[in-house]
Design a protein around this ligand. Sequence first.
Ligand SMILES: [Zn+2]
Length: 100
Amino acid sequence: MGGLLRSGDQLQCPHGGHVRDLKFSTRVRIEGQPLVLGPFQSPIVGCPAPDPCRSVSWVTVSPRLRIDGQPVVSSTDYSLAEPTGSPVTAASFSTRVGVH
Ligand SMILES: [Zn+2]
């Protein structure tokens, strides 16, 4: 399993657009930051592509770690930007906490 995404981590499409309005856990934090919960569809803003990415949809989310019944998003989960089909990746994520 990869690192877990925190609220301060940036999710980006390959063109540099940013994912907004992520869902967070208010109960579990890493380094003081809430964890990102999935799956969800969130808007992408600032994509400079001629046919810009508008939203992100999660294709896979690990079912192994859940908070309040919702899966926690990790760096190995796979997401796509709509409507371009480009992969959305995290610019940074915590590698310091794994699943115990
Ligand atoms: Zn884009």
